[in-house]
Write a protein that binds this ligand. Structure first.
Ligand SMILES: *[C@@H]1O[C@H](CO)[C@@H](O)[C@H](O)[C@H]1NC(C)=O
Ligand SMILES: *[C@@H]1O[C@H](CO)[C@@H](O)[C@H](O)[C@H]1NC(C)=O
Ligand SMILES: *[C@@H]1O[C@H](CO)[C@@H](O)[C@H](O)[C@H]1NC(C)=O
Ligand SMILES: *[C@@H]1O[C@H](CO)[C@@H](O)[C@H](O)[C@H]1NC(C)=O
Ligand SMILES: *[C@@H]1O[C@H](CO)[C@@H](O)[C@H](O)[C@H]1NC(C)=O
Length: 372
């Protein structure tokens, strides 16, 4: 799973359920992407869907056998947690003094406290089309088809799983961080509709998993990027990506966004998770005990958790592949590891809590969790 964000990213704290802090390790590694981390368009677009040419008009597959909305309504506990009206994405149309006041009361990733107002407003002003407000939309007033989403985490449980075909059969496929696809298509599929990340986790993934095959961020004509705003870095990278210019300041200064997202990436290619959505899912679903420790400021849901919760708030059916299960110790940390590595429990996430949530949502029929 991914290392902590910010300067403490290499402060590695191992933590396991019920046993408290185990080990503290420091590393002086500088997590810059290796020089080879250049744009390289991969074959990923092969399987990806044209969002605008989805066949929204046909009757076939129109009705969902059991939409997750219905499963939520029927569940005593989850009915009170889910708010499917909560806005998932942030875009220019929401910008105003009220939003500024409410978000500047909280630190990133839950708000904008102490972040540059100019940097944020200039970024949001570029996300000014209603397309930026939605992950995907049915054109016109055609009835909404059954949108089935697969969210693919990077867990070792997928090694040898042969789930590639099942994953690719979903309407949309979400991937995140070090999502190596080439060479693993049988197990993880080839289609990528959305790639989710923070600039920190994206660059850490390129740095850490380069030798395991993660040599570029997934690219493709129909692929959309979901920025998780965990830092001002994310707003700055997003703005530069839309403008097609190098990052002007901060730790990513002079980075060329096209090296990550490919050339000619316009605003429609990028989505930005709403800080209030991150705050809502954290409070309702992943309110970890870590929040009240000295590490509370570092804690946030994992990238995988945020992508899975995003899918649960936007799709009609959701399958989760490569997410933590109770028998995680049987599997390597990642499906692309060459040798078995134990799963690392970083102090900035609460994976045991996430495991319980996925198990309970699966039991409730709200999502389907791949297990073996
Ligand atoms: C759900 O979210 C919407 C939009 O933020 C809000 O207006 C509404 O009050 C929320 N409903 C509940 C029950 O929390
Ligand atoms: C934010 O800024 C205020 C005043 O400039 C300062 O007191 C506070 O410590 C800062 N908070 C963070 C999280 O940096
Ligand atoms: C959105 O912003 C761009 C750049 O500032 C501008 O060219 C465009 O006209 C704006 N579009 C709308 C719908 O406001
Ligand atoms: C990949 O690059 C080649 C050569 O530059 C180009 O012809 C092709 O259209 C690109 N594919 C994608 C998916 O961007
Ligand atoms: C992946 O699965 C194969 C076959 O089941 C096994 O031999 C190999 O050790 C596994 N790789 C890791 C990293 O666990």
């Amino acid at each position: 799973m991914e290392p902590p964000r910010g300067r403490l990213r290499w402060l590695l704290l191992l933590w396991a359920a019920g046993s408290g802090l185990l080990v503290v390790l420091y590393s002086a590694l500088e997590p810059h992407p290796s020089p080879g981390a250049q744009a390289r368009n991969t074959t990923l677009s092969r399987g990806s869907i044209r969002l605008n040419t989805l066949n929204f008009g046909t009757r076939k597959g129109h009705a969902c056998p059991r939409p997750l909305r219905q499963a939520i309504q029927q569940h005593r506990h989850f009915r009170g947690l889910f708010n499917l009206s909560a806005p998932v994405l942030l875009w220019g149309g929401l910008l105003g003094p009220e939003l500024w006041d409410s978000l500047s009361r909280h630190k990133a990733p839950y708000g904008w406290q102490n972040l540059s107002r100019q940097a944020i407003t200039s970024t949001l002003n570029l996300l000014n089309s209603s397309e930026s407000a939605e992950l995907f939309a049915a054109p016109g007033d055609l009835p909404r088809p059954c949108i089935r989403c697969a969210v693919v985490g990077n867990g070792g449980i997928l090694n040898g799983s042969r789930q590639g075909r099942n994953i690719d059969a979903h309407t949309f496929v979400f991937r995140l961080n070090g999502a190596v696809v080439e060479g693993f298509e049988h197990d993880v599929g080839a289609k990528t509709s959305f790639y989710g990340f923070t600039v920190n986790t994206m660059k850490n993934s390129l740095y850490t998993y380069w030798r395991l095959g993660f040599t570029s961020v997934p690219q493709g004509q129909d692929l959309r990027y979901i920025f998780i705003p965990s830092d001002i870095r994310d707003y700055l990278m997003l703005r530069s990506a839309i403008l097609g210019v190098p990052v002007p300041e901060g730790p990513d200064k002079a980075d060329r966004p096209d090296a990550y997202f490919g050339p000619h990436a316009s605003a429609r290619k990028f989505k930005l998770l709403h800080p209030a959505f991150i705050s809502y899912v954290t409070k309702r679903f992943l309110k970890s005990k870590l929040i009240n420790t000295n590490f509370g400021d570092l804690y946030m849901p994992s990238t995988g958790a945020l992508m899975l919760l995003t899918a649960l708030h936007t799709c009609d059916q959701v399958s989760a592949y490569g997410f933590i299960t109770s028998d995680y110790w049987k599997y390597s940390d990642h499906y692309f590891d060459r040798e078995k590595q134990p799963l690392v429990f970083y102090i900035n996430h609460d994976l045991p809590l996430e495991a319980t949530l996925w198990r309970d949502l699966h039991k409730a029929g709200i999502l389907w969790l791949y297990q073996r």
